[in-house]
Design a protein around this ligand. Structure first.
Ligand code: ZN
Ligand code: ZN
Length: 228
């Protein structure tokens, strides 16, 4: 049986997703299909923000994040490393913690210095780190949601550019945009005061959250018609 523990690392979660969904993903889903699912469940999550339905936001963003993790597996990108390189306990733009981008207009991206001693261990530690860099008290949930929507657009652009030209420099933008997108998932979870690792451990306590198998045997139809 495959399951996610509350103290999961990002890496362990990515491996779990590979174990449960790697096979059906490879057989049924192109990167476009996967991206559609990241977007589809994300926008349902955003609807939850508009409707002030926290559970709707939570469940749909967990599924959206799982599809993003599937994409990371398909592209062989180590999400945890990419997130850490981009956000080493610092804002990726102003290179400070807490971020002061809004207070002092920062004109260009500053170089971040990586102190390995500060690296968070678990997914929960990463979520706490993001709350230190971007404190949820300093912005509204709607603001966090809009930022998430912005970042899925940038991620989609990076995929589009790479799939169009198959150039290495375009490929290299994908992990950067994935890390930015991840930081915005964390932002919304911090705003709704939910622990993503704990929620994933509940959703994935026993293989696939729908069919309860590893590998998942949900049909394409079940997945495309799934409502939450
Ligand atoms: Zn900043
Ligand atoms: Zn399944």
């Amino acid at each position: 049986m495959a399951s996610v523990k509350q103290n999961t690392t990002i890496n362990e979660y990515q491996k779990f997703v590979q174990e449960v969904y790697g096979l059906p993903n490879d057989r049924f889903f192109s990167p476009w299909d996967m991206l559609t699912n990241v977007e589809r469940f994300m926008t349902k999550g955003l609807k939850g923000i508009r409707k002030e339905d926290k559970d709707k936001t939570k469940v749909n963003l967990l599924i959206s994040f799982s599809w993003l993790t599937s994409m990371m597996n398909q592209f062989h990108i180590d999400l945890e490393n990419e997130v850490w390189k981009r956000f080493p306990y610092l804002c990726s733009y102003c290179a400070s913690c807490p971020c002061f981008c809004k207070k002092n207009k920062v004109e260009k991206r500053q170089k971040v210095f990586i102190d390995e001693n500060k690296r968070p261990k678990t997914l929960e530690d990463f979520q706490n780190m993001f709350n230190k860099i971007y404190p949820s008290e300093t912005r509204t949930l709607e603001h966090a949601g809009i930022h998430l929507a912005e970042e899925i657009g940038e991620f989609a652009e990076a995929i589009l550019a790479y799939r169009g030209g198959h150039k290495e420099e375009d490929f290299n933008n994908i992990p950067l945009e994935a890390a930015d997108l991840f930081s915005c998932f964390m932002g919304v979870f911090n705003s709704i005061r939910e622990n993503m690792a704990k929620e994933l451990s509940i959703m994935f306590s026993n293989n696939c959250h729908m069919c309860k198998n590893t590998p998942c045997i949900c049909s394409f139809k079940t997945i495309t018609e799934f409502k939450s």
